[in-house]
Every structure is written in structure tokens, then in C-alpha cells.
Design a protein around this ligand. Structure first.
Ligand code: NAD
Length: 332
């Protein structure tokens, strides 16, 4: 089957090509992301493969359907960028990769937290200039602090377990479906509002939905503990960035580590070091000494990329053979 793969980088090509040896699809790799303007590049492909920041709205669905596309395989877990009703209306099946390596994201989350809290990123740039001064690098122990994990699915559960069993933190969690194993470890489930009021650090691991959009906002930040540290490796729009910047400026938020950002589409995954960036919020965030931003790389391990490629190609092969799709996403 011919597959047009949007938004690819070297690592996508490497892992998808290797996994395709067992499938034999005709893969066409494009650097361009998928949106209304680029959808026509899928002409002649029954299948399209897309990623987190591709736009899969009704207009794109209609264009893809008109070109003969019958399946869109997302090579990511989240599908907040897909109009599922439109996909159904235009007869396009949507699949995703629900679990590739929760460890990849959970480990990166802990890495971000440690780097931010112990100022490892700042120490690294100092030492490169032979500046061995420790002034301004005082951190805090994780042990004994109150950590909050919002969403204890695959990734959040690993983060909560590591913080509780590994570092000896007091862990509060919030999830409509509490995990009994975490409760046995001493993780305490509370409502999200209570969690945000009581924790020293909050790490976000719930999906982006209309109900969770901007869950970190001016009102929740006003109620939070002084010096709250915010970690987000889930989806950017869980946070109202403007409110977060205001709270950083008043020092009520004490640190922020983000792997995702609400307006990341069109910025992340590209080298823009020679460009003028119009996004004032992102640029302001980067000026704070207590903010650490990475470009949506929490998933980027060999294990995760291998698993993503394998699951994506399995879905496409199952579709081609008319088999049931194990990882299909349908409108609720
Ligand atoms: P998951 O579906 O296993 O877990 C999500 C959990 O959130 C579930 O337990 C669900 O019950 C809970 N939840 C739903 N609504 C909630 C709410 N309002 N409050 C609290 N909890 C709520 O998902 P996962 O695989 O653990 O992924 C978590 C997030 O991480 C997703 O948004 C995904 O898009 C993101 N992600 C980011 C990267 C990255 O590279 N940065 C990689 C993979 C996944």
C-alpha cells in the first residue's frame, strides 16, 4: 500500500524504513507537516501517516478523502488534533499508537524535574566557560516534598511510582480512575483543585480535552502554594501560558519545565535558529532563569521510535488485509 508520511525527520525515516522490511509498503517520506495547504501531497496514497502537530480538521479530511485516502495512521498517542466526526463522515479510519514506551516519557519527566530543581542545565553552561561558581545554583531535595501527578495512566503512574518509591516523596494524584497499586504505595488520590492547592510540584499527564484545556490558569495558580513548580510533558494547552508567565513574574510560581507548548505547531521539530520568532509568549518564557523548555522530545528514545514504527505499520497492514484495527480511534 502507498503511504504518504507527513512531518518526517531523519529518525522517523530510519525507524519506519527498518520496520517496513516486514511489511513491504511503499513509503513516501515528506518533511512538510499535514494541513489544508499540504494535503494534496497525499495524492495517490490510500494511507497517510501523521504526527502530533499535524492538522486533521474537517477541511483536511475532506481533501484527503477526495484524493482516495482511506486511513490515517497517527504515529503518536494523543489524537486531540483530529476531527473524529469528520473522519467518520468522510470514511477515513484513524489509528494511533496508544502505548509505545511510557518509560521514555516518564523518565524524561523525572529528568526535567531534576535538571530544573538542581539547575543542572545552568551548571552545564557555566562549566563550559570555566565558571565553577555555585552562586545561584542552590536546589532542593525531592525527598520529603509534596508532589502532584495529574493523570495516572501509563505515563503518570510510572512518574508517581518513581517519585514515591524511588525518591520518597509525598505524592498526591488526581485521576477519575485511581490506580489501586499506587494507593498501596501510599499515593493519595484527591480532586485536582485540592491537588493544585497542596503540592510543591505538579506534573501533568492527563490528555488534552475540552475539560482539561487550561487546567493550569490564573485562578488555579492564585490558589497554589507559593513557589509551585510546574512540569508539563503532556500537551501544551493544559496550561494557560500567559497566566503562567504572570505567575513567574510575581514569583508565585517557582519553576517551570515544559516539553510541550500550546503554540508549538510550526515551531517545534525545526531548526529556527536563523529565524525571527513571532511568538512572544515562548520567547518570554525562555528569558526566565527558572524555566526549562525542550522541544517535545520526551518520546524520543530508540525503544519508543521502534515501537511507534512497528505499531503504525501493523495497523496499516491490518487495514490492507481487512482485519479489525486494534488501535482505531472513533468518535465518542
Ligand atoms: P493514558 O491514557 O494512559 O493516561 C491518561 C490518564 O489521564 C488516564 O488515567 C485518565 O483517566 C486520566 N485523566 C483523564 N482526564 C483527567 C482529568 N481531567 N484529570 C486527571 N486525570 C485525567 O495516557 P498516557 O499514555 O499516560 O499519556 C499521557 C499524556 O502524555 C497524553 O496527553 C499524551 O498525549 C502525552 N504524551 C506526551 C509525549 C511527549 O513526547 N511529550 C509522548 C507521549 C504521550
Amino acid at each position: 500500500m502507498r503511504v504518504t508520511i507527513f512531518g518526517t525527520r531523519t529518525y522517523d525515516r530510519q525507524f519506519l524504513t527498518a520496520a517496513n522490511a516486514a511489511h513491504g509498503h511503499d513509503l513516501s517520506f515528506l518533511e512538510a507537516g499535514l494541513d489544508s495547504a499540504t494535503a494534496s501531497l497525499a495524492a495517490g496514497s490510500e494511507a497517510v501517516c501523521a504526527f502530533v502537530n499535524d492538522s486533521l480538521d474537517a477541511d483536511v479530511m475532506e481533501k484527503l478523502a477526495g484524493l482516495g485516502t482511506r486511513i490515517v495512521a497517527l504515529r503518536c498517542a494523543g489524537y486531540n488534533n483530529v476531527d473524529l466526526d469528520a473522519a467518520a463522515r468522510f470514511g477515513i479510519a484513524i489509528t494511533r499508537v496508544p502505548a509505545y514506551s511510557p518509560h521514555a516519557v516518564a523518565e524524561f519527566t523525572i529528568g526535567l524535574l531534576l535538571a530544573l530543581d538542581r539547575k543542572i542545565h545552568r551548571a552545564w553552561s557555566r562549566v563550559r566557560e570555566n565558571n565553577y561558581s555555585l552562586d545561584g545554583l542552590v536546589g532542593r531535595n525531592l525527598h520529603g516534598r509534596v508532589m502532584g501527578v495529574v493523570g495516572t495512566g501509563q505515563i503518570g503512574a510510572l512518574v508517581a511510582r518513581t517519585l514515591r518509591a524511588g525518591f520518597g516523596c509525598d505524592v498526591l494524584a488526581s485521576d477519575p480512575f485511581p490506580d489501586p497499586e499506587l494507593e498501596r504505595l501510599g499515593v493519595r488520590y484527591v480532586e485536582v483543585d485540592t491537588l493544585l492547592r497542596e503540592v510543591d510540584v505538579v506534573s501533568l499527564h492527563c490528555p488534552l480535552t475540552p475539560g482539561t484545556r487550561h487546567m493550569i490558569n490564573a485562578a488555579t495558580l492564585a490558589e497554589a502554594r507559593q513557589g509551585l513548580v510546574v512540569i508539563n510533558t503532556s500537551r501544551g494547552a493544559l496550561i494557560d501560558t500567559k497566566a503562567l508567565i504572570d505567575a513567574l513574574k510575581t514569583r508565585s510560581v517557582g519553576g517551570v519545565a515544559l516539553d510541550v507548548y500550546e503554540q508549538e505547531a510550526g515551531i517545534f521539530f525545526d531548526d529556527l535558529s536563523n529565524e525571527i520568532i513571532d511568538d512572544d509568549l515562548l520567547q518570554r518564557l525562555l528569558t526566565f532563569p527558572n524555566v526549562l523548555v525542550t522541544g517535545h522530545q520526551a518520546f524520543l528514545t530508540e525503544e519508543a521510535l521502534g515501537a511507534i514504527a512497528e505499531t503504525t505499520l501493523n495497523s496499516l497492514s491490518d487495514f490492507e488485509k481487512g482485519l479489525p484495527l486494534a488501535h482505531e480511534v472513533v468518535a465518542a
